[in-house]
Design a protein around this ligand. Structure first.
Ligand code: AMP
Ligand code: GLY
Length: 376
């Protein structure tokens, strides 16, 4: 478990591991970087921010205040606790729907509610603040302005001194076609994002990425690792929806395969604070990734079904997430089971490849969205 810090320390010592790249946010927010860095027995570089820095994802309020101090465009907001719930109701009365309510802390991607109806918004605010709907995470709630626009994911790797901007990606979060239905971890992704032209890219760099990196430096926040900036482009202007202190899933499955450099060189440069020496080489072709999920996901689903046809996929990368091996057979063991990444000269061609290849794979109840990229 990534939360078993002592267990991880033992693996590092037993295997003489020199660099640890932390994937998920929960151990980061819980301080795994601080733990590994402060241990006298270890001499390991950690790619992942400290507990303090990880609040950029672990506390929406921390992130909002950081953006405010550093003039980074984001939705206007107010924060409320159980003591100020009446002011929260008042605030909802004064703003227009839809109402965006966010639990301050980590809630496994479930802590954001977007509600049209005022009575329901007040009820949810009460559930979050007084009845701990999301536990500790909703002891504080952010209510923010609703932004209308198209979303994209921006990734930056920093060594605390220098930053590398990685390829942009767009993910598809809803379970259903046409982006309908429940939120998931992500059902597919493409990279690059065709509507990000050089003009928009420059705006993102000057208004979002630079002030974020400068803010981290200026505020002496120790940050070595990935920053995932969730953006919304509203009337041509980029605004930050959220920071994550890691890569994204399934964005990683289209972003990393487009980086031609050896990743190890990049990680060594991060640990030595020499990221300025790295010249990124990016694959000019597009990548698309489709996620095969278990029937029922993101709600209840069955596991343990045999997966067949993987060996027939010859023109795409396959990433395993919810799989396990038993008696030499590959079985499903999670909600999001596999990601299939194909390449093409543009995102349409890349999708054609991914869709052709995914059809070679079968398991009982296998489901995937047939419309990734539909909106573009
Ligand atoms: P988050 O967990 O902050 O990424 O929010 C989850 C999703 O809610 C985002 O991917 C957006 O689709 C949506 N969302 C969050 N904040 C806003 C906002 N201020 N306006 C419109 N949509 C939002
Ligand atoms: N795909 C969104 C995330 O990893 O949070």
């Amino acid at each position: 478990s990534p939360m078993d810090f002592e267990g991880i320390k033992k693996i590092i010592l037993d295997n003489k591991i020199k660099i640890v790249v932390v994937g998920p946010e929960v151990p980061l927010v819980s301080g795994i970087t601080d733990f590994l860095k402060s241990d006298k027995e270890l001499d390991t570089s950690v790619i992942g921010p400290t507990k303090y820095a990880a609040q950029l994802e672990g506390s929406k309020f921390f992130a909002k205040e950081f953006m405010k101090r550093n003039n980074i465009p984001t939705a206007k907001f107010c924060e409320f606790t159980s003591k100020t719930i009446l002011e929260g109701y008042d605030f909802l009365e004064r703003i227009d729907p839809p109402y965006v309510l966010k639990a301050d802390g980590l809630a496994a991607g479930k802590g954001v509610l977007i509600i049209d109806n005022i009575a329901q918004a007040k009820e949810e605010l009460k559930q979050m603040l007084l009845n701990e709907k999301f536990g500790e995470a909703s002891k504080r709630v952010i209510i923010e302005e609703h932004l209308e626009g198209i979303e994209l994911s921006c990734f930056v790797l920093t060594d605390g001194k220098y930053g590398l901007v990685l390829p942009m990606a767009k993910d598809y979060k809803r379970i259903g076609e046409g982006d309908k239905g429940l939120n998931t971890g992500g059902m597919g992704a493409i990279s690059p994002v065709p509507f990000v032209d050089s003009k928009l890219m420059n705006k993102i760099k000057t208004k979002i990425i630079s002030p974020t990196l400068n803010g981290i430096k200026k505020e002496k926040i120790y940050y070595k690792g990935f920053i995932f900036i969730g953006l919304i482009i509203a009337k041509g202007e980029p605004k930050v929806i959220e920071y994550n202190v890691r890569m994204g899933d399934p964005e990683t499955q289209v972003v990393i395969p487009r980086i031609k450099n050896d990743l190890l060189d990049i990680f060594i440069a991060v640990s030595e604070q020499k990221l300025n020496k790295i010249k990124l080489e990016i694959e000019s072709r597009s990548a698309s990734s489709i996620i095969a999920v278990s029937q029922g996901y993101p709600e209840q689903y069955q596991k343990g079904y045999q997966i067949s046809g993987i060996e027939n996929v010859n023109n795409a990368l396959i990433f395993h997430s919810g799989t396990t091996k038993k008696n030499n057979k590959t079985l499903t063991s999670g909600g999001r089971v596999l990601a299939i990444t194909g390449f093409g000269n543009n995102f349409v061609d890349a999708l054609r490849v991914s869709y052709k290849e995914i059809q070679k794979i079968q398991f009982n109840g296998m489901n995937y969205r047939k419309d990734i990229g539909f909106d573009l």
